[in-house]
Design a binder for this molecule. Structure first.
Ligand code: ASP
Length: 308
C-alpha cells in the first residue's frame, strides 16, 4: 500500500493504487452523502484556505463545499489579477495568511509550479493542494474525470479516449493523461490544430491527430477542451467559426464515435466553439456528472491529506 499523500500538486508519477484509493474514497464520500449525511465531521476543527489567483467557478465552489461537508472551516481568498511581481504576491500573501493557523491551502495560480513553491515555503504541517497551475496540472480535475469514466467504463484497458482542443495550454489535458495512463487506458488520442498541440515528447503514450473526424472514430470517451485564450499569443487564436467546423463536437461527429461514447468537458463550456449545444446537453453528455463528482473527489483529497 502506498503511503498517504501529504500534498497533492500533480498526478504525474502517482502510482495506480494511489489514484484508485482516491477514487474509492470519493465513492465512499458520495455514498455517505447519499445516505442523508449532509455533513461529516472528519475535518472538524481544521481550516482550509482557498487561495485563488485566477478566476474559478466550479473548482473553488466545490473545494469549499467539500471542505464544509467534512466539517472544516473555510477561508476564501480571491486575489484575481495583481500587478505585483509573482514573488511578492505569493509570499506576502502566504506569510500574512499563515498567522491564521491553516491546515491546508488550496491554490490556483497562472504560474506553473506555484504549488511546489508553496510546499517549500509553507509552514510545516500545512498541506498544499493544487487547484490548477498555469498549463501544468489540475490534479483534482484529472481525478474527477477518471472517476466519471470509471463509473460507466471501469475497463480502462479497452477504452479509446480522445481529448480534443487546446492541448498545449491545458492543465486538464495533462492531468487527464496522467490519470488515464496510470489506470492503464488502452489508447489516448490527442487532437487539435498544430499551434495548439504540445511537443509529442511530453506525451509519449498518446497518439497525435490533427483531423478530428479521424480522432473521434471509434472513441469511447470524448473530452473536449476550451481554447485557453488567456494563455495564448493573440496570433495563435483561431477564427472561432473555422475552429468549430474542424474541431467542434457536433451530432455528426459524435456519430463516428463508438456507441454510447461519453461526452465530457471540464467547463467553462463555449457552446458553438468546442461543442454544439445539442451535444453538450444531449443524452451522452456527462458534463454535469463531472461537476457533481468534483465535490466527492475534493472531499476524498482533503480527507487524505488532512487525515490525522
Ligand atoms: N476549468 C478548467 C481549468 O481551470 C478548464 C478551463 O478553464 O478551460 O483549467
Amino acid at each position: 500500500m502506498t503511503s498517504r499523500l501529504r500534498h497533492l500538486t500533480t498526478l504525474e508519477h502517482l502510482p495506480r493504487e494511489c489514484i484508485e484509493r482516491l477514487l474509492d474514497r470519493a465513492i465512499a464520500m458520495r455514498d455517505a452523502c447519499a445516505h442523508g449525511t449532509r455533513k461529516l465531521d472528519l475535518l472538524r476543527g481544521r481550516t482550509v484556505l482557498n487561495l485563488f489567483f485566477e478566476p474559478s467557478t466550479r473548482t473553488r465552489t466545490s473545494f469549499e463545499l467539500a471542505a464544509r461537508r467534512l466539517g472544516a472551516d473555510v477561508v476564501n481568498f480571491d486575489i484575481g489579477f495583481s500587478s505585483t511581481s509573482k514573488g511578492e504576491e505569493l509570499y506576502d500573501t502566504l506569510h500574512t495568511l499563515e498567522a491564521m493557523h491553516l491546515d491546508a491551502i488550496v491554490v490556483r495560480h497562472k504560474q506553473s509550479g506555484t504549488p511546489e513553491e508553496l510546499v517549500r515555503h509553507a509552514m510545516s504541517g500545512v498541506s498544499v493542494i493544487n487547484a490548477g497551475d498555469g498549463n501544468r496540472a489540475h490534479p483534482t480535475q484529472g481525478l474527477l474525470d477518471a472517476l466519471t469514466i470509471r463509473q460507466h467504463r471501469p475497463d480502462f484497458e479497452n477504452l479509446v479516449v480522445t481529448i480534443c482542443g487546446d492541448i498545449r495550454h491545458s492543465r486538464v489535458a495533462r492531468s487527464d493523461v496522467h490519470a488515464l495512463s496510470a489506470l492503464g487506458t488502452g489508447e489516448i488520442r490527442l487532437c487539435g490544430p498544430a499551434p495548439l498541440m504540445p511537443d509529442p515528447a511530453e506525451f509519449p503514450n498518446c497518439r497525435f491527430y490533427d483531423d478530428f473526424d479521424a480522432a473521434i472514430e471509434g472513441a469511447n470517451v470524448a473530452i473536449m477542451l476550451r481554447l485557453q485564450k488567456e494563455r495564448m499569443a493573440s496570433t495563435d487564436l483561431p477564427d472561432e467559426a473555422a475552429y468549430f467546423a474542424r474541431y467542434g463536437l457536433d451530432v455528426r461527429r459524435l456519430a463516428r464515435a463508438a456507441k454510447g461514447c461519453l461526452v465530457m468537458h471540464p467547463g467553462p463550456i463555449n457552446r458553438g466553439i468546442e461543442i454544439a449545444t445539442e451535444v453538450a446537453d444531449g443524452a451522452q453528455s456527462r458534463i454535469l456528472e463531472q461537476v457533481g463528482n468534483g465535490v466527492f473527489v475534493r472531499m476524498a483529497v482533503l480527507g487524505e491529506v488532512l487525515a490525522r
